[in-house]
Design a binder for this molecule. Sequence first.
Ligand code: NAP
Length: 399
Amino acid sequence: MQAWLRDLFDGRPTWINALMVFCAYMTFVYVPWDLFVKPVAEDEEVWLGILFTGWAAKVTTPFHWAIYAAGFHGFHRMRSWMWPWAAVYAGTVAFGMLVWPILYRDSFLVGVVAFIPFAFLTRALWRAETLFGAERVPLRERYGEWALVTGASAGIGAAFARALAREGMSVVLTARRRDRLEALAAELEKNFSVETRVVEENLAIAEGAERLVRAVSDLPIAVLVNNAGFGAAGRFDKLQAERLRDMVTVNCVAPMVLTRRILPRMREEGKGAVIFVGSVAGRQPLPLHGVYSATKAFDLFLGESLYAEQREHGIDVLVVEPGSTETEFHDVAGEIPHEGDSPETVVEDALEALGHQPSVVSGWYNWLRANAAQRIPPRSLAVHLAREYTERQTPEDLQ
Ligand SMILES: NC(=O)c1ccc[n+]([C@@H]2O[C@H](COP(=O)([O-])OP(=O)(O)OC[C@H]3O[C@@H](n4cnc5c(N)ncnc54)[C@H](OP(=O)(O)O)[C@@H]3O)[C@@H](O)[C@H]2O)c1
């Protein structure tokens, strides 16, 4: 609980934390009560000092809820768009505080007294621009010189390698396709003047991960990106047993072994980062992708557990959970082609969340879908809904 509170309140001035708590109270307690419990006849809302009552008040309550919810999110993440939005909103409240007593209490003095604190708040928020959207400290400065990215020959892994190199990190690139890795290494060295090392390795082989660890044992790996992975669309009994076993080895065993071997050095340094590339598929059972969703649930649980274990020792652990992403993944999995986000978006979301939270779903629509699927319907219904979704992506002969 203490660690959670520290995480929640760290890095913001007390007065901003107080505003965040107020917005949270309004979002999760007061406005829902106002909207769903308070009788219409008793409802009152004030906008710019003008009083609305009854249904006119009730229909505007959701707007109040949206404002406070956005405020909570904006203060929580200290988003750059909070400035000047928060100051403008505080300004409208100050104006309302001045106008409302004049219109309805016939008292200019009460209006002025109520106006003053909100005017000060507006001014403070207006002057707090630099607190919002502060530049992220470059990863090399934050963690160290070298990063290791598995599955760097394509898709999300290649995007991670480029992003890390852009932040000045030297990168170990590993996968099975050496030619792709060498081309990417040359690109990174040329564009970002960083060092690279290419390690060709098959992580589906039991000793693959250990061999990879030996190949980088001379390097101080400060950021580990457990990205290599694949899926296979189809009914469990129609998929090759060997392919499924390889999937568990690549998606689960390799990240676990690599993290276990590389983490102690980060602990000695007192800093480092481990990123697991999970999936929204890891949030729920996925018929026709059962083993894949189970492997991603493994990554999610392992990564989130390590976040809580390692945080106080300076190690940031994050599970990034992409939804459908435009890479070679769908092809490799044998899925019917469908649209997705760009791998760069996934990486951007991951690097922004790193150090702040245990996991992040990339894309708000994926977040909504993952949470709606996981939390709202009973599991007996959720699995059938999930099947309807995966059926559309799975060739008929594999269903
Ligand atoms: N694309 C999506 O829709 C999506 C959605 C959610 C999560 N993800 C996750 O994102 C991660 C990256 O996938 P992606 O979308 O970028 O797919 P991708 O384009 O197919 O890339 C997969 C990477 O993993 C490597 N890899 C696969 N099997 C390997 C093995 N046996 N040994 C070593 N490396 C291996 C591949 O390299 P080689 O073939 O050269 O070995 C490649 O670099 C995966 O963990 C995946 O589960 C993807």
